[in-house]
Write a protein that binds this ligand. Structure first.
Ligand code: GAL
Length: 379
């Protein structure tokens, strides 16, 4: 797991200076001169069923522990009451900062109130926590841009656009189906908005046809981002809209887990054979099973969001709070959580096609070539 750890910031030095300056303004019962060893960071992650959240949790924990902090890392099994209870417990056990990736972005208001009452700063991790003034900072990626990149990858795969953005040779019309993430996840809306703003002109001019007619986010969303639910929806779409000999040419999928469900449904229906090529299916997160599918020419693309760098930003923000400072934001406009605009640090994203696996994922040390070939990490 060490390869997931990036020591690109002078963390240890920073930690010492934090301790030396005292923890004024920091959360919980932080002592003036608290050393990292005496400080606990609560890290609440949504689920272990998705490989990305395990990597996120591990990265945050490793980076914090390297700096000497105590870490209370919990995964909530995609169950909202479990996450509420875990966060409650972190607060009562005296966490000094909370880093939370919420299952349901609106379900943690009372926990966040308790955190505020105890003067514990809260950092929303990748998923914005909504409807609460007690969210102090947000670390994520440029989520609208993710949606744009997914749509661009779909257009590129269909030949309506070249990889460098020029108009493609193809004219269509192509049949496509659309998927979105969980409606209770703020990100799902940003991804879908970015994608639809990009696809709409092609739908309007007839080069893309959503044959099912399902193009509203409410119609295409997949609760809890579940792979099985996506597979079922794709099966239903094939039965209801493609039983006349027509084929699905492309599928907008916002997350690799959904993409694998969609691909399974398509394969079960005979897609992927020479006479019936696999549809162009997009994705996100560069999960290892999907990277293998991309390497094998089955899945078309993914969006790589380096969880090591996201974890690093969460750690930098936590240390700023512990030093009594505001973390540095690079966006103070985009993420209105319904009560306030949450200052954010957003990281860039990278589209990965088959040809990019080596440079983006292997050369950067995110995966080894063996892991890509095997479709699983060594743990
Ligand atoms: C989103 C996240 C995506 C993907 C999805 C499903 O909140 O931004 O990258 O991981 O959850 O886990």
């Amino acid at each position: 797991m060490n390869r997931r750890f990036v020591t690109v910031f002078g963390g240890a030095v920073l930690a010492l200076s934090v301790a030396a300056c005292g923890g004024e303004g920091a959360g919980g019962d932080t002592e003036e001169s608290a050393a990292p060893e005496d400080l606990t960071i609560g890290v609440s992650m949504p689920t272990q069923t998705s490989e990305r959240w395990i990597a996120d949790g591990d990265s945050v924990r490793e980076q914090l522990e390297e700096l000497g902090y105590q870490v209370d890392l919990q995964f909530a099994g995609d169950d909202i009451p479990t996450q509420s209870q875990q966060v409650d417990q972190m607060i009562t056990q005296g966490a000094d900062v909370l880093i939370i990736a919420a299952i349901d972005g609106t379900a943690l208001s009372s926990q966040l109130q308790a955190a505020a009452d105890a003067d514990i700063p809260v950092i929303a991790y990748d998923r914005l926590i909504r409807d609460s003034e007690n969210v102090d900072f947000y670390v994520s990626f440029d989520n609208y841009r993710v949606g744009v990149a997914q749509a661009e990858a779909l257009l590129t795969g269909l030949g309506l656009r070249t990889a460098d953005g020029a108009p493609g040779e193809a004219t269509g019309p192509f049949n496509v189906e659309l998927f979105a993430g969980s409606l209770d996840d703020n990100n799902a809306h940003f991804f879908f908005d970015g994608a639809m703003d990009t696809l709409q002109p092609f739908i309007d001019d007839g080069s893309l046809v959503v044959k099912s007619g399902q193009a509203d986010i409410e119609q295409v969303a997949i609760l809890r981002w579940q792979q099985e639910t996506a597979q079922r929806r794709m099966e239903d779409l094939l039965t209801s809209s493609y039983n006349d000999g027509s084929r699905v040419d492309g599928v907008l999928s916002p997350y690799d887990g959904l993409s694998r469900g969609i691909i399974t449904a398509l394969q079960n229906a005979g897609y992927g054979a020479a006479a019936n090529p696999m549809a162009v299916v997009t994705g996100q997160d560069a999960e290892i099973a999907s990277v293998k599918l991309i390497d094998d020419g089955v899945q078309h693309s993914t969006i790589f969001k380096d969880t090591r760098l996201l974890a690093e930003q969460a750690v930098v923000a936590a240390e700023a709070f512990l030093a009594g400072e505001e973390p540095e934001a690079n966006d103070t406009e985009t993420y209105d959580n319904g009560v306030k605009v949450v200052p954010s640090y957003l990281l860039p994203v990278e589209t990965v096609y088959r040809d990019d696996i080596q440079t983006a994922l292997v050369d950067s040390g995110y995966y080894t070539a063996e892991e890509v070939a095997a479709g699983q990490t060594d743990g």
